[in-house]
Structures are given as structure tokens and as C-alpha cells.
Design a protein around this ligand. Structure first.
Ligand code: SF4
Length: 359
């Protein structure tokens, strides 16, 4: 039995970070050097070639699809000559049959017919757009320099071009709230991307958000609120068969360094917190329905979902025991369940994507 959360085909991605290259300005929340730990915006081509070769020695390159990915900046905001140099470099590896295709992230306002023409003849398969919000006021307060309409237009163009599309959204931006984030989620669903990423806004040292925070003009989301909103968005996307391929920034030495994240809902395993919350809510709902007579219960989930069910340091189990005065909770790994399903005692499997809190 499988849950409705779709599984994207995950390619082996060779990430080439080009921090802030092609950016017309700094968005309030952004500091790619802090996120990627790489200060140099555009490494020399020989260096990138060397990095790609290095990546290709890792065992993961045996996966079916290998993509070279240009991240961390606004790819199509670079001059045409630079875009072509980078695409030519990636094409060397495609021609040698070591890599299958190219992906990059870019701003919605760079998706125009002139720039899309630059891509013709190259094996660009996937384009990720930083939508961030579909609320023009939030975009304005975040100094994005584009509107929601640009994201809609960009998606229409990319779909016409036959690209695989990804949309990135942020929660907790200035001027946003939970209802606004869910509305952004609904508008993103309507655009039908092939996948999404959800990032909570963090206050990074050196960003404009840090100044806003210091001046008392910005309040970041608390971690539990960020987890709650992201869990609701996850359900929304999953129930519309849109894979969520990332929740929260990937932890890195640079990000984990003291004083990089000044405030905000950073957690190195943010995505796991979200999934654990969904399992907790689901089991809690089932136990509410069973009534107070239980002292011991059993819960079955897919083997890959056991740690999400338990929660970090067994936090879900501890909270459930205390909430329902339980003595024991027996957990069984059951491979025939979907990864988003849970069975309490002898009940029928229920999906963590249903129930209270659905957007
Ligand atoms: S969010 Fe994107 S466009 Fe804005 S500064 Fe960061 S990399 Fe550049």
C-alpha cells in the first residue's frame, strides 16, 4: 500500500555554487556566502571542471541520471557569454557520457524569450525558480524586485519549453504570516511545478534582515511555528501530488558556525521535524478517537518512517506517553505500509497527510 506522497526521481546532482552571480541586488534574507561557505562568486572554469571531475568519482554517480547544477545565484542574470561558458563546460561532460543534463536556479524575472534562446542546443532539463512568495507586498518588503505575476509568466514559458520545473518558496518573510504562506502554497499548486522546496527565512549575519531585526522591524518565526506552517504546506503539496524535495536549508559547516544564523527557525534536521510533527498529529488524532482506556498501544509504520514517528530523541513518544498517560508504545516497522501511513493498534492505515490542520 502506498501513500499519496509522490516520489520524485532523484538525480545525482553535481552542485556548482555561484554565490550571488547574476543577482541584480541583494534580497533582504539572502547571503549565499554564508549559506554555501563559498566566498568567491564565480570560480575559474578550470576549477569548476576539476570540481565536477571530483564529484564524478563519488559512488553516487552510478545513479540513473546525473545532472550538473548551477546554484546559489541568478543563473540567467549572468551575461550571455558567461552563461554559455558554463553551459559549454557542462556539455563537455554530457558529450563524454558522464553527465546527462543540466539544471540551474534563477529568478522568475530572468525567464524571457531572449534568455531562453540562449539555452537552445544545450541539454538543460530542469529549471528552478525562486518564487519565495506569491504576495506582492511580501516580495516588495523582501526587496525581491519582481512580482508574483513574473513567476506565473515564467512558469508558463518554462512549461511551453518542456522543462522540468521547480519552485522555491520561503515562509516567515517580512510582511508574511501563516495564512499568506498557505495562499502562496495554493497559488504554487495552481502553477503545477514538478517539485517544490520550502525554506524558512533565517536572519543571516550581514543580511538586510539582520538590520531590520536590530531595528526591531522584523520578527522571525519561532521554530515550532515554522515547523507547523511547513507541515501544512507539505500536506498541501503532497495531496496535490507535488513532491517537496527540500524543507529547510541544508546544514553546512558555514551555516552551523556561531554567529552565521543570528535568529530564526534554523535546525539542521528541519525536514525531519516537519515529518515528525505530521506523524505526531496523526497518532494523536487516532488516540483521541480511541478514548482514555489505553495503557499500552502499538504503532506500525513503514521502516523508513520509524525515526520520523519517534521524533528527535524520541520526543514524539515521550509527548504521547505523557499526553495519554501511556505506559508503553510498541513500534513495528511494516514494509507494506506507505511511507506516509500509520496504523495504531489494529486500526486501518491512516495517512499523515489527512486530518486536522489540513490547509
Ligand atoms: S535570493 Fe537569489 S536573487 Fe536574491 S540575492 Fe539571493 S541569490 Fe540573489
Amino acid at each position: 500500500m502506498s501513500g499519496p506522497h509522490p516520489k520524485p526521481t532523484i538525480p545525482f546532482i553535481i552542485p556548482i555554487f555561484l554565490p550571488h552571480t547574476g543577482c541584480p541586488h541583494r534580497c533582504v534574507f539572502c547571503d549565499q556566502a554564508a549559506i554555501t561557505g563559498q566566498a568567491r562568486p564565480l570560480p575559474p572554469i578550470d576549477q569548476i571542471r576539476h570540481d565536477i571531475r571530483q564529484f564524478l568519482t563519488y559512488p553516487g554517480n552510478l545513479r540513473d541520471t546525473v545532472q550538473i547544477s548551477f546554484y546559489g545565484g541568478n543563473f540567467l542574470g549572468l551575461p550571455e557569454k558567461t552563461v554559455r561558458r558554463l553551459l559549454d563546460l557542462a556539455t563537455e561532460f554530457i558529450a563524454a557520457d558522464r553527465v546527462h543534463s543540466i539544471r540551474f536556479s534563477t529568478r522568475p524575472d530572468t525567464i524571457d524569450s531572449r534568455r531562453l534562446d540562449w539555452l537552445s542546443g544545450y541539454q538543460v532539463a530542469t529549471i528552478e525558480i525562486g518564487a519565495q512568495s506569491m504576495d506582492d507586498n511580501v516580495l516588495l518588503e523582501s526587496n525581491r524586485g519582481h512580482r508574483a505575476a513574473d513567476t506565473k509568466k515564467a512558469m508558463a514559458r518554462l512549461k511551453r519549453g518542456g522543462y522540468e520545473t521547480g519552485l522555491q518558496m520561503m515562509i516567515g518573510l517580512p510582511g508574511d504570516n501563516a495564512a499568506g504562506a498557505l495562499e502562496t502554497g495554493r497559488q504554487i499548486v495552481a502553477l503545477a511545478p514538478d517539485f517544490v522546496r520550502i525554506y524558512p527565512a533565517l536572519v543571516l549575519a550581514g543580511s538586510a534582515l539582520a538590520d531590520l531585526l536590530a531595528a526591531g522591524n522584523y520578527r522571525p518565526l519561532a521554530l515550532d511555528s515554522a515547523v507547523d506552517v511547513t507541515a501544512r504546506l507539505f500536506k498541501l503539496f503532497a495531496n496535490n501530488r507535488i513532491p517537496v524535495i527540500r524543507m529547510g536549508l541544508q546544514s553546512s559547516a558555514a551555516l552551523d558556525r556561531n554567529h552565521t544564523v543570528l535568529a530564526g527557525p534554523y535546525h539542521p534536521a528541519f525536514g525531519q521535524l516537519v515529518m515528525s510533527k505530521l506523524f505526531f498529529d496523526s497518532v494523536r488524532h487516532e488516540l483521541d478517537a480511541l478514548g482514555p482506556a489505553q495503557r499500552s498501544i502499538s504503532i506500525a509504520v513503514h521502516p523508513r518512517s520509524v525515526s520520523n514517528l519517534r521524533g528527535q530523541k524520541n520526543s514524539n513518544l515521550t509527548a504521547l506517553k505523557s499526553l495519554f498517560s501511556l505506559d508503553t508504545i510498541k513500534i513495528t516497522a511494516q514494509p507494506d505500509l506507505g511511507e506516509t501511513e500509520v496504523v495504531v493498534n489494529t486500526g486501518a492505515p491512516v495517512s499523515i497527510l489527512n486530518g486536522a490542520g489540513s490547509p
